[in-house]
Design a protein around this ligand. Sequence first.
Ligand SMILES: [Zn+2]
Length: 381
Amino acid sequence: MKKTLNLFAVKVRAYLFYIFIFIACLTFSNPLETFSSFSNLGSISGYKNVILMIGDGMGYNHIQVSEAYNESPLFMTEEAEVFAWAKTRSFDKDITDSAASATALSTGEKVKNKHLAIHEGEHFVTMSEFAKAYEKGVGIIATETLTGATPAGFTVHNVSRDNTDEIAMEQFENEVDFYIGAGKDYYDGKKKEMAMNNLSYYTDFNKLKADIDLSFYSEKTIFTRLFASFSSISTTTSSSSKPSLEDLSIEAINYLNRKYNDKGFFMMIEGSHIDKRAHDNDIFGMIDQLNGFDNAVSAVVDWARSNGETFVLVTADHETGGLMYHGESKEQLSNSMFTTSDHTGVNVPVFAYNLKELNLLGDDMIIDNTDIAKLFHAMIR
Ligand SMILES: [Zn+2]
């Protein structure tokens, strides 16, 4: 009798083992399909720092047009280890706006257009809050005013991207280590609010750089949190009043890497005006902005590769302008290649650099924009 029972137990264990193997096969056999709806990615180790770079409105055709103009490949395409695609629709529209898409990239959740990390009263955890929960540094850089929909989707909760003053106040009050962007005239009127929230305010790039450099030689970093704003951001060389996105990104990395050397950091860097020039159907203005963004990608990826523990992902929040490229040469490029002054719903490119788990994301894979947030969360966790 005892022997029969033991045999029964062995059979049960064998069945359980086969069931486990069957489920495991279903789960792991097709990573292409499982990735696009992953919700239990768990934690991915080996990435102390994670950097998300967003070309606002940057469709793949914008990249092709810029490469035709430059007559050479961009760094972002040439050096990408993975070239995938992301779907961008929002909760309520096939064609997203930058608020809903920033929310998707930041929180992993879909919201209605114009909404920032909030849906029917429910607040979704922004990437900034998520990184702070894991004691990481957080930095936000944009070439637009920092209350803009993309930086706002990573830092605040609001029912409308148009509630500028509320967005600014929530950005001053939260835990983000620094904000760097445009909009100097607006922020010059907010010095008191910034001081009340212990934010050091900078409008001179050379001063910002000097203070960050100085912080390398003192025991403690000079500032707890900082806010830097300029009238505009350069697409080429830096001056004290008009720094380039590339130089700002490197200074920001220096600052965060020094301050959070043990825990690491999350940073979002946005090339905001690719979208705005495309809304204007200004093809050469768009190319100039995209080239400036690509310079920043190049500097950031170079740093990430030398650091070894830093993941960089470059994508867009949506395409703007319905730009049609059919292999035109530099001389043939014109504003008439835009087919709309609005956003479109086409999938946007996703480029990854320094991704060790290449089974997670592969060339030509189509993921959802919310998956990008989930990937970052898994790396931060
Ligand atoms: Zn736009």
